[in-house]
Design a protein around this ligand. Structure first.
Ligand code: GRF
Length: 186
């Protein structure tokens, strides 16, 4: 099953998806890594792994034009499922409709709690005892599609947003490949 990964930065979740795909019994392969940030660190890692990359800055482009270019690159690579991994741009309803039920995302909270940004700071500020991450199907509305899987971690008394993020990220790297593998064989 051919997967395309969209990133905007570091790409550690993309790297975890790529690493897991090396297992003989993994049902997916990552055939394209695309970024809206041409200098995203994750692009270098993907290229080093021998994966095709595509980058295009949306600056100065209409959203529809930009998304048509991304869509074209994905289709040209024969992508069947899109995995968002730190992709910091909201996809339009038109784009999502074209890929209905074929886009997944990882979000660093226990959805439906803390959609959007700064999830860890918000969880700490609220006095939560637990945080985590969710893999969900992407719909037009931000972080709102059906949740496929979640992993939980404790919030410790001395946690900062960074220390909590690091603890959650370990779980993201485990949960995302496993959930994507299940999703593409559903
Ligand atoms: C992760 O925390 C992910 O859950 C969120 O953005 C971050 C991306 O990190 N959507 P990386 O680029 O995968 O390292």
């Amino acid at each position: 099953h051919r997967v395309g990964v969209l990133i905007s930065g570091r790409g550690s979740n993309m790297a975890a998806l790529v690493a897991a795909a090396k297992a003989a019994d993994c049902p997916y392969e990552v055939v394209l890594v695309a970024s809206d940030k041409p200098d995203a660190a994750g692009l270098t890692h993907a290229a080093e792994q021998g994966i095709a990359t595509f980058s295009l800055s949306p600056k100065g482009m209409a959203k529809a034009e930009y998304e048509a270019a991304i869509d074209g690159a994905l289709r040209e690579a024969g992508v069947e499922t899109i995995a968002l991994a730190g992709y910091m741009r909201l996809l339009s309803g038109d784009f999502v409709a074209k890929w209905r039920d074929r886009i997944v995302n990882i979000h660093p909270s226990l959805l439906p709690a803390y959609k959007g940004l700064d999830t860890h700071a918000r969880a700490i500020a609220a006095g939560d005892r637990e945080a985590g991450c969710s893999v969900h199907v992407v719909t037009e509305e931000l972080d709102a599609g059906s949740v496929l899987a979640q992993a939980r971690v404790p919030i410790l008394p001395d946690d900062t947003p960074d220390s909590l993020a690091a603890r959650v990220l370990v779980e993201e790297h485990r949960l995302y490949p496993q959930t994507l593998a299940e999703y593409v064989t559903r």
